[in-house]
Design a protein around this ligand. Structure first.
Ligand code: UN1
Length: 505
């Protein structure tokens, strides 16, 4: 039986009478509908923000250590339901089961980190320039966070926002990707079951235009105080402009064209393994996926030969099995990627991978019309730095290779697309690794490891076209969901004037 899903506002189903429906399908068997979703309109989105604002006032009164205990319960519930949730993620977006289980693990890691923060959320005591006066700082919740997330990490990435936002005493309106609605709904239910008061977390299914209009109204009404967005650079720009008009700075986590540098002294087998996982894991549909391998000219031919062989051997197919990757997330992504491939074909010599759709039962024999959104892994050599393939995020299983002569040139090439999310270097020379870290504009740098697969307690985020410099994950995200409040306390019994009554020695 197909699941029927509606938005949940204030703990109750919120169904619009005229709601359109959206079918979330299994991308491995596109004839299978995983969930039928009723999409809310802009009014419902704005109303949810108002409901959240009302619930937030009480939630903020709950002592932070008690909120931390709710986070601990969420972690325990997610852990107890990890396999069911991971299976649903696999079914709905085609992420291989082992990866989906890892994604669920990342939620538990996030809860583990933040449950303790409930007993910290430290402020500071600060010396005053005057006697008999004390200064303090406090972290205060921002209010309501509107969280809009993509579906390639349908449960882990939302938890990066939801968990710290709730811990800090905020209420949340969460708008997940429609094509990952069932996974989002399952996660919502686990959060709700952990004891969050009604209205503190609200789930709204809506399409892009309704979300934008609802968000715009809520910002105007003053019922949204922070926007968290993970998705494309183009939409991120629009969200940033909208927030800017309301004097808000959103937390934006956008695209990437992530480079991997292979130095002449690199362990080439390790580099090939890293390039295989980061280029093709999740079918190249991570914001941290590898875009271009920058290989030193002295090892270029050897690297490309080994990489092409590894890519040719990689298992692509049913995500329930042990495969490198499964289908594309959804039709939209498959269509966009096909357009891209159409452009690649006449312009490039492909080293490996027929650039088209394939059937998992017959991965080497081309597409026979079966219903999965599967694509060959493609490697393109000799990609020039002014090429579209070098400059644009592809969000599909395709990796370009470009060679370089000096490290400084590799750094310049790594920065050229103007993104700045993740970058990696394979080398055995610490000086090269440090120089690369200093020169590269990415928010996250790896040495002898993949561009993807960040750990949940380091700052995650990018610069340039990858975001506005905001960071998610770990303690750094607290600055997104709290604001600093300063307290001056004068017990001198006189009016002491700052800058004018400074104590003399
Ligand atoms: C994303 O694709 O939006 O570092 C996030 C990684 C994952 C998160 C990716 N932990 O690849």
């Amino acid at each position: 039986m197909t699941r029927q899903l509606v938005s949940v506002v204030g703990g109750k189903p919120a169904d619009d009478a005229n709601a359109a429906t959206y079918d979330s399908v299994d991308p491995a068997r596109t004839e299978r509908v995983v969930a039928r979703v009723r999409l809310a309109g802009a009014d419902t989105f704005a109303w949810a923000c108002g409901a959240a604002a009302a619930a937030q006032r009480e939630w903020a009164q709950v002592p932070a250590p008690v909120r931390g205990r709710v986070i601990a319960s969420i972690g325990r519930l997610v852990e107890a339901n990890a396999e069911t949730l991971a299976r649903l993620v696999t079914e709905e977006i085609g992420k291989p089961y082992a990866e989906a289980l890892g994604e669920v693990r990342e939620i538990v890691d996030t809860c583990d980190f933040f449950l303790g923060e409930g007993r910290r959320l430290y402020g500071q005591t600060v010396p005053s320039e005057m006697p008999d006066k004390s200064l303090f700082t406090f972290r205060v919740p921002v209010g309501v966070a509107a969280v809009i997330t993509a579906g390639n990490f349908p449960v882990a990435v939302p938890s990066w926002y939801l968990v710290p936002a709730l811990l800090c005493g905020n209420a949340v309106v969460w708008k997940p990707a429609e094509y990952a609605a069932a996974s989002a709904h399952a996660l919502y239910r686990l959060f709700a079951a952990a004891g969050l008061p009604e209205g503190v977390l609200n789930l709204v299914f809506a399409d892009g235009p309704a979300t934008f209009a609802g968000l715009s109204a809520a910002l105007g009404e003053g019922t949204v105080h922070k926007v968290g967005f993970t998705g494309s650079t183009a939409v991120g720009r629009e969200i940033g402009e909208l927030c800017g008009r309301h004097l808000q700075s959103p937390c934006l986590e956008l695209g990437g064209k992530n480079p991997m540098v292979v130095m002449p002294d690199a362990d080439l087998d390790l580099a090939v393994e890293g390039a295989l996982f980061s280029g093709f894991g999740t079918a190249g549909q991570r914001c941290t996926s590898l875009g271009t391998v920058l290989v030193h000219e002295s090892v270029h031919d050897e690297f490309v030969t080994r990489y092409a062989a590894a890519v040719r051997d990689a298992a692509v197919g049913d995500p329930a099995g042990a495969v490198l990757y499964g289908p594309m997330l959804d039709h939209r992504f498959a269509e966009r990627y096909e357009e891209y491939l159409g452009w690649i074909r006449p312009h490039h010599t492909v080293v490996t991978g027929s650039s088209g759709r394939i059937s998992p039962e017959n991965p080497r024999g081309g597409f026979d019309g079966a219903g999965g959104l599967y694509y060959h892994p493609v490697v393109v050599d000799g990609v020039r730095p002014d090429d579209r393939l070098f400059l644009e995020e592809t969000f599909g299983p395709i990796v370009g290779v470009t060679s370089f002569g000096e490290l400084a040139e590799a750094v310049e090439l790594a920065n050229r697309p103007g993104y700045g999310l993740s970058a990696s270097i394979y080398t055995t020379d610490p000086a090269a690794a440090f120089r690369f870290r200093e020169g590269v504009g990415a928010g996250m740098v790896s040495v002898n490891n993949s561009t993807s697969g960040a750990e949940a307690h380091l700052p995650f985020g990018g610069n340039g076209r990858s975001g506005n410099g905001s960071r998610q994950s770990g303690m750094w995200v607290l600055d997104q969901f709290t604001r600093w409040q300063a307290l001056n306390w004068d017990y001198s019994g006189r009016l002491q004037k700052a800058q004018m009554d400074v104590a003399e020695i």
